[in-house]
Design a protein around this ligand. Structure first.
Ligand code: HEC
Length: 147
């Protein structure tokens, strides 16, 4: 007798729980939007544009030395190092030259440097940067000339 009572109580309980579960589900369904593409791929304006993303903010204010510095750190210091001595993490691998070298600096013109940056040279990749940024980078190289 006692067992039967327990069982019916158990069934009652499970029905109650089921009802709560169903109720929970139904009320929840109202809040949950159907899945859309946006849930998975939130729009990100910076995405999918490759290296040009870095160039854009730099171009908006060409004379800001902080932005030239940023351009150097993003694009150049991996090989050339912070001051241009060729001691960036990739410097030895590509044999990045010492850009602070005074004798080299005396030989090279600003236009030649700008040309190399724009077109690349051997292991040095080409950089499609706005002209004022390239000029700023050339100036930065000049600033680090060893005396
Ligand atoms: C992947 C490594 C690498 C990166 C990144 C790199 N360079 Fe170079 N760079 C080199 C190498 C290697 C040379 C030597 C090329 C040669 O003469 O064969 C060089 C040469 C140069 C020269 C000397 C060119 C000349 O006239 O002789 C300048 C100036 C220069 N790089 C500036 C830059 C600037 C500015 C950036 C960033 C916009 C940059 N480099 C990014 C590897 C790199």
């Amino acid at each position: 007798m006692r067992r039967r009572h327990d069982r019916s109580l158990g069934r009652l309980l499970s029905i109650a729980l089921l009802a709560v579960g169903l109720f929970g589900c139904t009320s929840g369904a109202g809040d949950v939007r159907p899945w859309t593409r946006d849930d998975h791929d939130p729009p990100n304006p910076g995405e999918g544009q490759g290296g040009k993303v870095a160039a854009r903010p730099v171009a908006s204010d060409q004379t800001d030395p902080g932005l030239i510095e940023l351009a150097w750190q993003r694009n150049c210091s991996t090989c050339h190092g912070r001051a241009g001595r060729g001691d960036g993490p990739q410097g030895p691998m590509v044999r990045a030259p010492d850009l602070t070298d005074a004798a080299w600096q005396d030989r090279v013109t600003d236009a030649q440097m700008a040309d190399t940056i724009r077109k690349g040279k051997n292991k040095m990749p080409a950089f499609d940067l706005p002209q004022p940024v390239i000029e700023g980078l050339v100036k930065r190289v000049r600033t680090n000339r060893a005396r």
